[in-house]
Structure formats: structure tokens, C-alpha cells
Ligand binder design. Structure first.
Ligand SMILES: Cc1cc2nc3c(=O)[nH]c(=O)nc-3n(C[C@H](O)[C@H](O)[C@H](O)COP(=O)(O)OP(=O)(O)OC[C@H]3O[C@@H](n4cnc5c(N)ncnc54)[C@H](O)[C@@H]3O)c2cc1C
Length: 427
């Protein structure tokens, strides 16, 4: 039986980053990452909207995202690795009441270094001629579009290349001697007694238990420590092992639009950032948002749909035309008539692994297993921070130092002594 000091399940951005931080901190440990796909980052990491932001109302979320973005900046600027990071900003188009609510959250965020620029409506109108700030049609009344009052731009935010990020961690892990094994489907986490007595039915309730390894499609692998970072694939492993975890899968979709000159105008909007493009933009209604993809000359559109969308895992989730046409399009074309009549040229769907209690990641130790889950739609932007916390938890440390030098008590994002605060800026 193959034996490793540390076995990491899942070669997405989270598993790779965690494996890298474990190996970096403990060069002598043998670290193996297994994945059922034929290569790394083909799960949710490949399906994301690929946006990053440090604007969160929960302090641990802010710490994780801010330090991760700082690390990506460092990798790109100082290590010369192209991660596709472009800090083009996040632009929230707020109604008056939304802006007033934002003001109640703003001070705390600014106090921790989150930088915002407030845009007056006149600025927005002249900088984005395609924005219709006060839609007033029958459709607007039907979908409840309200007038834009101000814009709030998160400055240390933007877009990134998730496969590039994951590829960076994979390469660094390999350089340190970490190993990867693909086409290996983990079927079960094997729980056994800490001290084997050779009694039938072990582990019995009175025995201390450890995870001795995993059963896979390619045979057994034993390990001293296991990290489960298999995205939505973790959930069935947890359930089968009796590991309680408040995380559920939910489908999310992205639609890509290409087309008329007006979209090209959005892609070349000046004044918001040094790339001369429109920021990742969040409309005032129903969480509809879009981002530019300058390389592909396209705009990606998505929406945060919650109530009504089942918690359901699908083997091959498909995007739905009707979701774009009937849910997203009326709002998008209301505020940005330049999208009128446009239909997606491409689309895809994946799952969020949503922490249904507080929509914030979970890193917890269960016996000799570290569970890293509940990314809730923001795993790319928090990966470096999460990897550091997971490595610290594996090593039994109660605190970790993030890339930007700030410290995070690991228990704050654990399950037993959790303290994450309230997250209000969920997309
Ligand atoms: C539509 C959409 C938009 C998103 N937008 C953003 C965004 O803008 N910004 C952001 O930060 N995040 C975003 N996310 C979330 C982000 O993609 C995830 O949080 C992140 O990719 C999670 O990484 P992961 O490594 O945990 O999961 P994954 O990338 O899914 O990796 C898990 C790996 O485990 C493997 N695996 C699963 N089960 C098993 C098993 N039993 N045995 C072996 N291997 C297994 C899978 O093959 C996979 O490679 C989005 C997600 C979706 C779906």
C-alpha cells in the first residue's frame, strides 16, 4: 500500500495551494495530491467568474481575501509570474437606500485598509455612456429596477486567471518535491482505531479513531494526515465518514457575450483603472453582475440566485438559456440597453460549495484529517490565505501569519470556536 505523510484530496486551487504551504513549511514530509480528473484545476476552479475582491464585511473574509490578492500581486510583480491579475476594480451601482446601508459598513472596512472610491452619478454617466441610471419602462417596473444613486468602487479588486493561479501552486509544489497523481477517484475515507486490537467491527465507539487512509479507484493509499479539499466532491466523502459539515452544493452559471460596438465601448471605458476598461460591475437589482474579459473581447455575466435554486449536485451541470433570457436579461438590458437583443455566445455552469450558515470558508481538524470546504463562491480570491490556515491547522498551530503580515486565529474559521462575523457582501 502506498503510504504518504500527507495526502491531499483535490487538485483544485485550494488543494494545490494547501499542499504547497504544507510542503513549504515541512520540506521533509512526503505530500501527495490526488484528483480524479486527468489534470489539475478542472473542477470548479476552471468554471469560475474569476474575479477577486477584498471588500467583505466579515473580518476573516477580508483578511483572507486581502492577503491573497496581495500575494497574487507579489507573484505577478516581483516573481514575474503572469497570473492574469488585473486590478480593474469592483463597481457597485447602488440605489439611494443601498448606498445608505453601505455607509453603515464602510467605516469598518476602510479601517482595515479596504480602499473605496465613491463616484457621483454625473461621473458615472459621463464615464459609462451606455449606463441608463434611471430605467423607467414597463419592464423596469415589472422587475423592480430602481434608480442608480452613486457608484462605489472597491479599488484593490479585479480579475485573475484561476488556472494560472492553480498552475503556479502546482509548479511550486512540484519544485519542492510534492507529488500529484491524477485519474484517482477517492471513494471512501478509511476510519480505523488509533490502536488496533484486531477485534471485529473496529473502530468501536469507545476506541479513539484516526483516518488511516483512503480507498481509491487505483487502490488504497495510507497516510498519517489527510486533507480533504475536493470542492463539492468533498461532501459525499464527509457524509459517508459521518463528518458533520454545513456545506451544500448549488449551481451557478456564467454567460459570455460578444458583439456590437457598445460592448467594445464598455471594454474600453476609461477613468476607472489603468487598464482602461469597465470594472467588474454589480447592478442594483437581484445581484446581476458582469465583468470584462479584455483578452477575449467579451463580457461575462452572472447572477446570485438563491431562493428557488435547489441545493443539488449534478454530475454535469448545464447552463440554462431561460435563466439568462428571463432572469438576467431583463435587468441587464434595463440598466445597459447596449445588451438589448444580445444572446450568449458561450456559457457554462458549476457549483458553489456554500457554507449555508455564514457563507464563509471552513478549515477544521477532525481527528488526523483537515477539512477545507465551504468556499461559498470565493475560493480563488481567498486561496492563499486558506492554504496557509489549512497548513497551520495540520501542524497544530492556533494562528497563522498571512502573506500581508496580518495574523489570523485558525479557530475563527473552524467549526468549534467559529467567529467570522456577518458577511453582507455576498455575490
Ligand atoms: C460559476 C462560478 C463562479 C465563480 N466565481 C468566482 C469568482 O469570481 N471568484 C472566486 O474567488 N471564486 C469564484 N467561484 C468559486 C471558486 O471557483 C471555488 O471556490 C474554487 O474554485 C474552489 O476550489 P477548490 O479547489 O475547492 O475546488 P475544485 O476546483 O472543484 O477542486 C476540487 C478538485 O477535487 C477533485 N475531486 C472531487 N472529488 C474527488 C474525489 N472523490 N476523488 C478525487 N478527486 C476529487 C475534483 O476533480 C477537483 O479537481 C465561482 C464558482 C463558480 C461555480
Amino acid at each position: 500500500v502506498l503510504h504518504k505523510d500527507v495526502l491531499v484530496i483535490g487538485a483544485g486551487v485550494i488543494g494545490l495551494c494547501t499542499a504547497y504551504h504544507i510542503k513549504k513549511g515541512n520540506p521533509n514530509l512526503s505530500v501527495l495530491v490526488v484528483d480524479h480528473n486527468a489534470a489539475a484545476s478542472q473542477g470548479e476552479t476552471a468554471k469560475s467568474f474569476a474575479a477577486v475582491r477584498n471588500c467583505f464585511t466579515s473580518e476573516p473574509n477580508r483578511l483572507l481575501a486581502h492577503s491573497t490578492i496581495e500575494f497574487y500581486k507579489h507573484a505577478q510583480e516581483n516573481l514575474g509570474v503572469n497570473l492574469g491579475l488585473e486590478l480593474i476594480g469592483y463597481l457597485w451601482l447602488f440605489t439611494k437606500s443601498q448606498y445608505e446601508h453601505f455607509q453603515t459598513l464602510e467605516k469598518e472596512m476602510r479601517g482595515q485598509g479596504v480602499q473605496f472610491k465613491i463616484w457621483e452619478l454625473d461621473d458615472l454617466k459621463s464615464m459609462i455612456p451606455d449606463l441608463l441610471p434611471n430605467p423607467d419602462t414597463e419592464q423596469s417596473r415589472l422587475v423592480g429596477s430602481e434608480a442608480v444613486y452613486k457608484g462605489v468602487q472597491g479599488l484593490n479588486c479585479g480579475v485573475v486567471g484561476p488556472e494560472r493561479v492553480a498552475g503556479f501552486y502546482e509548479a511550486e509544489l512540484r519544485k519542492l518535491g510534492g507529488e500529484l497523481q491524477f485519474k484517482t477517484d477517492v471513494q471512501i475515507l478509511k476510519l480505523g482505531p488509533k490502536e488496533e486490537l484486531k477485534i471485529p467491527g473496529e473502530p468501536l465507539v469507545w476506541q479513539d479513531k484516526v483516518f488511516s487512509g483512503v480507498e481509491t479507484s487505483e487502490g488504497s493509499i495510507s497516510a498519517d494526515n489527510i486533507v480533504v479539499a475536493a470542492g463539492v466532491g468533498s461532501l459525499s466523502l464527509f457524509d459517508a465518514a459521518g463528518v458533520d459539515c454545513p456545506v451544500k452544493p448549488k449551481k451557478r452559471q456564467v454567460f459570455q457575450l460578444r458583439g456590437p460596438k457598445a460592448l467594445e465601448r464598455l471594454l474600453t471605458t476609461s477613468g476607472f483603472n489603468d487598464r482602461g476598461t469597465v470594472p467588474v460591475t454589480i447592478l442594483p437589482r437581484a445581484g446581476v453582475h458582469f465583468r470584462p474579459n479584455r483578452g477575449e473581447r467579451s463580457i461575462w455575466v452572472a447572477c446570485a440566485d438563491d431562493l428557488g435554486r435547489p441545493y443539488l449536485y449534478e454530475e454535469n451541470p448545464m447552463p440554462e438559456d431561460s435563466y439568462y433570457n428571463c432572469s438576467i436579461y431583463p435587468i441587464l438590458s434595463d440598466y445597459f440597453p447596449c445588451f438589448t437583443s444580445l444572446r450568449p455566445s458561450n456559457s457554462w455552469a458549476g457549483h458553489y460549495d456554500i457554507n449555508t450558515v455564514d457563507r464563509t470558508p471552513i478549515v477544521e481538524r477532525v481527528a488526523n484529517c483537515v477539512i477545507v470546504t465551504g468556499m461559498s463562491g470565493s475560493g480563488i480570491m481567498k486561496a492563499d490565505g486558506i492554504g496557509r490556515v489549512a497548513a497551520a491547522v495540520l501542524q497544530g498551530r492556533s494562528e497563522t501569519t498571512l502573506f500581508d503580515g496580518r495574523k489570523l486565529q485558525t479557530s475563527r474559521i473552524g467549526l468549534k470556536n467559529r467567529s467570522v462575523g456577518r458577511e453582507e457582501l455576498v455575490l
